[in-house]
Ligand binder design. Structure first.
Ligand code: FPP
Length: 240
């Protein structure tokens, strides 16, 4: 399958759900599911690279995920750090530009430094823009953007009447990225879970009951084909 045979979305966002259920189905501990989730992510990123998807954004850890048991949170943080350490060379070779969205500064100083170094190292790359949402919440992102704009207005640097969609977007973590065209959510739940609330205004949704670790490149290509068949009207009339 080549990109010419598919209508490729510019920006795909993925809610990688079901690692725990995948593990339970195999009588394994939850953390085994997260490890398997890393393998799935590596394969899906390769598809995005091969098909020249402009931007891929994945939900790795939400502002609500801190409610999980300490041991699981610690495991996930360790896994993110390990993933970065192991994969950064190959991502760089693949021309991937890595970016983190969310309250990265509130992660451990070591993980935050590692994330910022990875961004710095890949910032000149021109391939897939790969965004990892960590300590991310869509409502929190909008509040941070609103506070930043209010502060600029108070300093006289921003005219409140000039705030439009473009100005707000410049203040989001996703500034400079295209709007999300397609949201993929694995594992059967049909919700957005506070992910990219502004950016998904006209996104197409693709849900599957498959748990994230089992989402193969072939399944992902099926999702992309389905996207290509959608009639996107953006509030207008039918596209001919
Ligand atoms: C959802 O499964 C997954 C997460 C909480 C995110 C973690 C994602 C990974 C480890 C994949 C790799 C990501 C990176 C950035 C290396 P869940 O625990 O909510 O599953 P459940 O709903 O079945 O319990």
């Amino acid at each position: 399958m080549t990109s010419t045979e598919l209508k490729i979305p510019a920006h795909v966002a993925i809610i990688m759900d079901g690692n725990g259920r995948w593990a339970r189905g195999k009588w394994l501990i939850r953390t085994a599911g997260h490890k398997a989730g890393v393998s799935a992510l590596k394969q899906i990123l390769k598809v995005a690279i091969d098909l020249k998807i402009e931007a891929l954004t994945v939900y790795a850890f939400s502002t609500e995920n801190w409610k999980r048991p300490h041991a699981e949170v610690d495991f996930l943080m360790g896994l993110f750090s390990e993933y970065l350490a192991k994969e950064i060379d190959e991502m760089d070779e693949d021309d991937v530009r890595l970016h983190f969205i969310g309250r990265i500064d509130e992660l451990s100083p070591a993980l935050c430094r590692q994330a910022r170094e990875a961004e710095e190292r890949t910032k000149a790359n021109t391939g897939v823009r790969f965004n990892v949402a960590m300590n991310y919440g869509g409502q929190d992102e909008l509040l941070r953007a609103m506070r930043a704009m209010a502060a600029e207005a108070a300093e006289g640097k921003l005219e409140p009447a000039s705030i439009d969609e473009a100005v707000l977007e410049e203040h989001l973590d996703t500034a400079g990225l295209p709007p999300v065209d397609m949201v993929v959510r694995t594992s059967g739940d049909l919700r957005l879970s506070n992910f990219l609330l502004w950016q998904t205004a006209y996104a197409e949704f693709w849900f599957t009951k498959t748990n994230w670790p089992d989402l193969t490149p072939a399944c992902f290509v099926e999702a992309l084909k389905d996207f290509g068949r959608r009639d996107r009207r953006f509030g207008g009339l039918k596209n001919k």
